[in-house]
Design a protein around this ligand. Structure first.
Ligand code: SF4
Length: 78
């Protein structure tokens, strides 16, 4: 599960000094899957892409990883 609150960068234990360490670990895991998911031609709809740390750090591959993460938008009213 990931949270959509603003990235704390240096204030977070997952910060590598230049990027989010979580998305790197998730992408490394995906690379080891026997049949890794592929990015569709079009990016999935996303309400936080403009401020997403993962997207900022890794671009489109982050959105493939994000699709594997539990998302609960109940609090956002959707
Ligand atoms: S990784 Fe992509 S789909 Fe996931 S929150 Fe960031 S911009 Fe949205």
């Amino acid at each position: 599960m990931r949270f959509a609150s603003p990235c704390r960068s240096e204030g977070c234990a997952q910060w590598t000094g230049t990027a989010c360490g979580i998305i790197q670990r998730v992408l490394d895991h995906i690379d080891r899957l026997p049949d890794p998911p592929r990015l569709a031609e079009t990016l999935p709809p996303c309400t936080i892409r403009q401020r997403c740390r993962w997207f900022s750090d890794r671009g489109r591959p982050a959105c493939v990883a994000c699709d594997l993460v539990v998302t609960d938008q109940a609090a956002a009213g959707s």
